[in-house]
Design a protein around this ligand. Structure first.
Ligand SMILES: Nc1ncnc2c1ncn2[C@@H]1O[C@H](COP(=O)(O)OP(=O)(O)O)[C@@H](O)[C@H]1O
Ligand SMILES: [Mg+2]
Length: 360
């Protein structure tokens, strides 16, 4: 079932935390609300669940406005960061809890619990108590408790943030797989851009109570709508250089105190003589063997090894730096004079004042 948000606003007293949110969560898709702490993700999720009143605007499930519908009538399941299982109950009783309070017949409840335990591969743990499980197993039980009722809509609020880094990576893939198997509309909240990128069909990037961009992971990565999205998505973060675009002999160029860069035809998108910010990802820069031939030159300030890759921080002037990501075997050391190569197709330009992307 589609979930639609129409001009949703939320105030806590005099403070407006969500402003005119318009979003469509398509049926059976995995959509992530991504943004820094405090941007209103949990509040929005709680409004969809019916746990928080809506100040203004409409929430629709399909065509029906459900603003006033009680949480228990929304056929929603929610998984939180703290997945509070009942410690004195077995996994089986924890899983069946939601059905038991609804007075579901025993046989039906047993079948539902067995089915979900099978999907989550926790059938062998059904008679244990939460204290006898690992973190990942507990998280699976929490998911199972939500799945048991076969909800139309899954809401998840940072469900992996209490797990250690390695388990988070495993659980990302598992959650994605569960979603494909279950096919429920899923709205997932996280502040972790990598989680959002790896798991989602669509991402709504939020900041300051506003949706900054709504698109596929590929869209928000390759065509960020503004400086906020450009800086928030991708790791290590995009490099930004302030400058201006000027044309000479019909060729547009980006000019900054440290370097001048010829731009691909049309990429300036009407930016002539405007203050702009040039953005380029560390992965889209290269180190050039002969610094003399490179448009940008500098001195290596620090090198960080990341395993198969390394990050090279190149100092341009006396304080501006560019991060370049290269293969680990690339020969480069601190204090080397290096050239930095740009791919004109892989730079981003933003209006310096509004932060909005300039496009041809
Ligand atoms: N019950 C509340 N009363 C007052 N302010 C709140 C309440 N809940 C959240 N807020 C404020 O609303 C903003 C958004 O919070 P939240 O939705 O929890 O953000 P996120 O989940 O993105 O970190 C924050 O500034 C937070 O302090
Ligand atoms: Mg939150």
């Amino acid at each position: 079932m589609d979930v639609k948000l129409e001009r949703i606003n939320k105030n806590f007293g005099a403070v407006q935390v969500l402003k005119d949110i318009d979003l469509v969560f398509p049926s059976r898709k995995f959509v992530t609300l991504l943004g820094p702490s405090g941007c209103g993700k949990t509040t929005l999720l709680r409004m969809i669940a019916g746990l928080e009143p809506v100040t203004a605007g409409a929430i629709r499930f399909g065509d029906r406005v459900i603003n006033e519908l009680a949480p228990r009538d929304r056929n929603i399941a929610m998984v939180f960061q703290s997945y509070a299982l009942y410690p004195q109950m077995t996994v089986r009783r924890n899983l069946g809890y939601g059905l038991r309070v609804r007075k579901t017949p025993q046989a039906e409840m047993d079948a539902a619990v067995e089915r979900v335990a099978g999907i989550l591969e926790i059938s062998h743990l059904l008679d244990r108590k939460p204290g006898q499980l690992s973190g990942g197993q507990r998280q699976r039980v929490a998911l199972g408790r939500a799945m048991v009722r076969q909800p139309d809509i899954f809401l998840m609020d940072e469900p992996l943030s209490n797990l250690d880094a390695k388990l988070r990576v495993t659980m990302r893939a598992e959650l994605r797989r569960f979603h494909l198997d279950l096919g429920a509309t899923t709205i997932y909240v996280t502040h972790d851009q990598l989680e959002a990128m790896t798991m989602s069909d669509m991402i709504a990037v939020m900041h300051g109570g506003i949706v900054q961009q709504f698109g596929s992971p590929g869209d928000v990565y390759s065509r960020p709508a503004n400086l906020f999205v450009a800086g928030f998505i991708g790791s290590p973060p995009m490099n930004f250089v302030t400058g201006a675009v000027a044309a000479s002999n019909g060729q547009a160029a980006f000019k900054s105190p440290d370097f001048t860069l010829e731009l691909a035809n049309g990429s300036a998108g009407g930016a002539q003589a405007r203050e702009v910010v040039l953005g380029v990802r560390p992965q889209d820069l290269t180190l050039v063997q002969n610094p003399e031939t490179a448009p940008v030159r500098g001195r290596v300030w620090v090198v960080e090894l990341l395993g198969s890759e390394k990050l090279v921080e190149v100092m341009l002037g006396d304080r501006r730096r560019l991060t370049v990501q290269v293969r680990a075997e690339t020969p480069v050391s601190v204090d080397d004079e290096v050239g930095v190569g740009f791919d004109p197709q892989r730079i981003h330009l933003f209006d310096a004042k509004s932060g909005i992307a300039l496009r041809s």
